[in-house]
Design a protein around this ligand. Sequence first.
Ligand code: SF4
Length: 515
Amino acid sequence: MEKFQESMYKLIVETSTKLPKDVRRAIARAKAKENAGTRAAMALTTIAGNIKMADENVSPICQDTGLPTFKIKVPVGVNQIKMKEAIRNAIAQATKDGKLRPNSVDSLTGENSGDNLGDGVPVIKFEQWENDYIDVRLILKGGGCENKNIQYSLPCELEGLGRAGRDLDGIRKCILHAVYQAQGQGCSAGFIGVGIGGDRSSGYDLAKEQLFRSVDDVNPNEELRQLEEYIMENANKLGIGTMGFGGETTLLGCKIGVMHRIPASFFVSVAYNCWAFRRLGVKVDPTTGDIIEWLYQEGEDVDFAKELEKTEEKASVNIGETREFVLEAPITEEQIRQLKVGDVVRINGMIYTGRDAIHKHLMDHDSPVDLNGQIIYHCGPVMLKDEDGKWHVKAAGPTTSIREEPYQGEIMKKFGIRAVIGKGGMGAKTLAALKEHGGVYLNAIGGAAQYYADCIKSVEGVDFLEFGIPEAMWHLRVENFTAVVTMDSHGNSLHEDVEKSSLEKLAQFKEPVFK
Ligand code: SF4
């Protein structure tokens, strides 16, 4: 079992730090399609640079470890209890080594277990088979994209698409709607797995199972093959684009599976996965525990270091005609009022992280630091403490901002905060507060955890460590930290604009296609 634990550790580290070849090719294809100088091209260049840095540093591609899920097929007679124990040990070790962020919290108290273990975490699902080797597959699926999963019960009425009936055409409408409702919030461009049939839980299981298929495979079911092709072609016409900035590529892959159902129920379940599609697999020798073969190795690999060199791009930003500003806190209201949606800002100096626990806390408590004119970063970083007690940032991309919608506007006004950085945008309440108070929302590139970790030059302090590492308030000194203004102090929101235009485009798919 010691060897098996070692093999699982290798699988976890490789999955967290290196995207598989099929995913890399899909991202490279998307990058090639975007015109230079657009926001989407800038986002994809940052993503490419981030993948390269994760490769080189053997560091997490994204700071959000997500929910580690193992799917394992074992020959008859293999001890699953011991395997489970070895996997849990490997997860705890990878967390200790900074390859995974401590991400498992008590659902009622919110307490972080600190080692990624907990009731039901990690998810480990076994199945027996007749082969003489063990097949282990792992997916690390982050919260931003998990929260965009959706399940439809047919028949139903869909915004922009009208009635979806209990047939292939109804399924088609559900899938298009699933891509539309995700907007950029799941760190698009994304991959979707679709499960047709089953019940509410087995339907989602089937949808997630599709995410283990290779991006390039061909569905053996002719009807589903056609549907997958149709979705790939047409979902990309919605214009949501990378990070929801608008653009050519919204969807990088679509895989559909089907199972039986009971006559009374007809579920279509959609599992959405971000571009940081971390799933890998190995074949393991059941007698020695050694890895015999790595899975998902077919086809050409993309070396993003060479890609970036070849196109003479930098792993930062190439923004063509876009206006650029440099911000350093404390920021004045006048500086903020100059900024407009679409501007790119580069931040130097101090920023402070704040996620759900801190936002809730600040509603009725004082801040431990003076936040007047300061910048809050929605981020739960991966941090490591060295032997001298010094903290180091291992990964630090933005988290989904909309969770802070109930608090954000009030907190900005209460403490005089001028800018908030996150991903996916925020709602009407925050937009109104930005206008009234003179604030701005900056969209960082979701998942670009290595890119942003590199911008952080020092960790100058931490508060609320008792909330857990991801939820603590980290005081970070940054240099050249780049983000896009997507909500300004004049009442404009790029997120609202893209949502509106993509809804109009969705309506073109109202008429039946599959009889
Ligand atoms: S890329 Fe975005 S959605 Fe995916 S795990 Fe990272 S933060 Fe979450």
